[in-house]
Design a protein around this ligand. Structure first.
Ligand SMILES: [Mg+2]
Length: 118
């Protein structure tokens, strides 16, 4: 079993733990203090999430071939998966910076959607 196969079964709670450490590394990398520069970090990470959503949108357009023919080759199942993952990772980082328990929020949302039954 590869390292990627092993990580594929990571729980949202475990992923949040990774995101917490990654947020600390990112803050340090950009010279930000997690407390004093929290608002700046939140705004920067929100902008980063927007950037990643834009990249995902391009991948989706490529997947449905709604783009110039000469760009089609750059869009693959792997690059689409990578952009979906980027959006998820950025969301997890933003949740950590905002002290949101994302695992609980997702569980709550899934529970709500299951009860709604559509
Ligand atoms: Mg990306």
């Amino acid at each position: 079993m590869t390292r990627v196969d092993q990580l594929s079964d990571i729980s949202l709670r475990e992923a949040a733990g990774w995101a917490s450490q990654q947020a600390k590394r990112l803050a340090a990398n950009f010279g930000l203090d997690l407390t004093a520069d929290r608002e700046t970090f939140v705004l920067a990470q929100t902008a980063k999430l927007g950037e990643e959503v834009g990249e995902l949108q391009a991948e989706v357009l490529g997947a449905i071939k709604y783009c110039r023919a000469d760009k089609l080759a750059q869009f693959t199942e792997e690059s689409l998966a990578g952009e979906l993952a980027d959006v998820m990772v950025c969301t997890m980082l933003l949740a950590e910076i905002l002290d949101v328990d994302l695992a609980r929020a997702v569980a709550t949302k899934i529970g709500f959607l299951r009860e709604r039954k559509f």
